[in-house]
Each structure stands twice: as C-alpha cells, then as structure tokens.
Design a binder for this molecule. Structure first.
Ligand code: ZN
Length: 371
C-alpha cells in the first residue's frame, strides 16, 4: 500500500480540537469577565482590580491543555507511524520478490515516535505563553477602549466593549507565523503543525521500512485531486534517499539476479519533499518501484477538484470563525445571530459533501462547548 500524508492527517483533529476548545474557552472567559457589571459606573475600576482572577482562570486552562495536548500528540504520532509502517509491510508482502520477502515484520517504532513527538511538542510549546498574554492584553485593551471617551454613557460603553470583543473573537489568538511567512491563529497554526508532523511520520515510517528491506527506488502516484506544487513529480521515479537531481540508477533486476537494469530517476524523495511533494493536504502517494515488476498504477477516480477541496476548507474556516464570534458575544441577540451563521455554513458544507463525495472532516468544525 502506497504511503500518503493523507492517510494520517485525520488524526490531527484529536490535537487541534483541544486547541480550538481552549481558544473558545479563552474568548468566553474574557467576554464573561468583562460583560459582568458592564452597566455599573464603577465597571472599569472593578475590572482592572479583578485582572488577577482572569489570570488564574487562564493559567488553569493552559495547564490542562499542556497535559492533554502532549498526550494527544504522542498518541496521534504513534498511530501515524504505525499506519505508514503497515502500508510498507503490506506493499512489501504483495511484492514477494527479492529483498522484500525478508521484510514482513514491523520495526520497533518507539524511538522514532518519541523523537517526532518531542519535536512537535517543542514546536507547539510557545503557543501556551501567547494564550495567556493575549487574554490579558485583550482584557486591558477592551477596558481602555470602552472608557476612552469621558462622556460615554452606559449604552455606548456596552457597544464599545462589544465591538472590541467581537474584533478579538474574529481573529482569535493570533501572532503565529510559519516558515513561509504566512500568519495563522492558534487553532489553524496547531492544526497545520500537527497535520504536517503526522503526514511526515507516516511517510518516514514507510521509508524506514523500505530502507530496512533494501528498496532503493520509489514512484510518485498520479493523484486524483492534483495540487500545483506536486505536478512536476507526478508519475516520476525517485531515489529513496541519496543525491538530488535527475540521473540514472543502476540496480540488479528484481526477478533475474544476473541482470543489471538502468532506471532514469527525477531526483531523490527528500529533494522532492523539500520542494513541496507530500505537503499537508497532499493527495499524492509514494510506493515501491521495482524495475520490471512495478506497473503504472491507474489514476484513482477523482472525488472532487482541487478547487472544491479548497472551498470546503474555506467553509470550515467560516464555521470556526462564527463559533468564535458566538463565544465573544456580549448580548444574547448577537450570540443567536452568530450561531445561526454557524448552522448556515454547516449546511453549506453538507451540500458540498453531498455534491462531491468529499469526506466531511467534521472534527475540524465541531467543538464541544468549551469551559
Ligand atoms: Zn501535493
């Protein structure tokens, strides 16, 4: 069975939903803390005096998140590694030629999984400090904005606070930039980081297994939902490791020991991956290439176009955004309106899924009510 990042990325939901719940809980905590007593003339003084309570509440949320996320990360990566390894074992078993026969057993995965998990925990660690800082900053900022004009009455102060809180809810906890310079918020950043780590783990497990079996070449699939970054590598044969660049590899024919065959390769797998192949959300896969044995695989039937999958991601982001707005609503009417938009976008995802047959990644949108 070929390996694709796609085969493990669904596991990211178990991790990213913890962060999404935390983000909603933070917005709710700040909104509730500021919303209480909003019409009192002493509101600003009382709120500033109570900032320590908010700090404690946020620190509690973060402490739970740290424990839960470390466990969820380890569990998801172990499962991703196992899936990648099983894919290789199945593929090797189906070949039943040459070195492949010797390689039916799985390798011990614990050390590799520990390493991958430690890297992802380190990568997501800095977000915890930012959750606290953002919560306290927004709290102070809303108080400052709502009291800035000296003659504001209670109603306008309420409106100013509501506006500032909705702005916060729109963005969520921000300030995360990936290595390509793109800005993310808390949930999207941790989801992206987790999805890529899981995809990498599955591919690495597959590659580790192939290395143990002495397989030198792999071939890239023709994907049904084509991504522009991977197009140059489609259907190409690659070295599993070793030098980059196109060239010719000589190896023994898999079925006749005395014959040497020459195979044209487009580069190496690490090179192709560095250039974007098997990126997060990639539908391409990589499988064993044995000259004279491997036949081109038929292109799997398309479930939807690349544009349709992107549209689904867009709708899912809207669902999340309106959930945050509901969490940051000061009054009931505002919350009801935001929740109606959540249902509206959920309906649009259902329609798209029915139309295209795309899997509905409901864990991406659905979040239990946050505490
Ligand atoms: Zn791709």
């Amino acid at each position: 069975m070929p390996v694709s990042p796609d085969m493990a990325e669904d596991l990211a939901a178990a991790v990213s939903s913890l962060y999404e719940q935390t983000e909603l809980a933070l917005i709710e905590k700040v909104t509730k803390a500021l919303g209480e007593g909003l019409d009192s003339p002493l509101w600003a003084e009382l709120k500033l005096a109570a900032i320590g309570n908010l700090r404690t509440a946020i620190e509690e949320i973060i402490a739970v998140l740290q424990v839960d996320s470390a466990g969820a990360i380890h569990q998801a990566l172990a499962e991703a590694y196992e899936r990648g390894q099983q894919a290789a074992v199945a593929e090797l078993g189906a070949l039943a030629v040459g070195p492949a026969l010797a390689a039916a057993e799985a390798l011990p995965a614990a050390a590799a999984v520990d390493r991958l998990a430690a890297a992802l925990v380190a990568e997501t660690g800095p977000v915890h400090a930012r959750i606290l800082r953002t919560g306290l900053d927004v709290y102070r900022q809303v108080i400052a904005e709502a009291t800035s004009a000296p003659l504001l009455g209670a109603t306008t102060r309420r409106q100013a606070a509501a506006r500032a809180l909705q702005r916060f809810a729109d963005r969520g906890v921000t300030g995360f930039v990936d290595n390509r310079g793109r800005a993310w918020n808390l949930t999207s950043y941790t989801e992206m980081a987790t999805r890529s780590a899981l995809g990498r783990a599955a591919v690495q497990a597959h590659t580790d297994r192939l290395a143990a079996a002495g397989i030198e070449l792999v071939v890239v699939s023709d994907a049904p939902e084509e991504c522009p970054r991977c197009k140059p590598w489609e259907g190409k044969v690659l070295r599993r490791e070793g030098p980059s660049g196109a060239g010719v590899v000589e190896l023994e024919h898999a079925t006749e020991d005395d014959r040497v065959v020459r195979v044209r390769v487009a580069g190496s797998l690490p090179e192709a991956r560095a250039a974007g192949l098997l990126h997060p959300n990639c539908r391409h896969s990589v499988s064993i290439y044995l000259p004279g044995v491997t036949r081109p695989r038929p292109k799997p039937p398309s479930r939807a176009t690349y544009e349709q999958t992107q549209k689904q991601r867009y709708l899912e982001r809207q669902i999340r955004a309106w959930k945050r707005r509901a969490a940051g609503a000061v009054d009931e009417q505002q919350r009801t309106r935001a929740n109606a938009r959540v249902r509206e976008y959920q309906g649009r995802v259902r329609e798209l899924v029915a139309e295209t047959g795309l899997p509905r990644k409901s864990r991406r949108e659905q979040v239990g009510s946050a505490r």
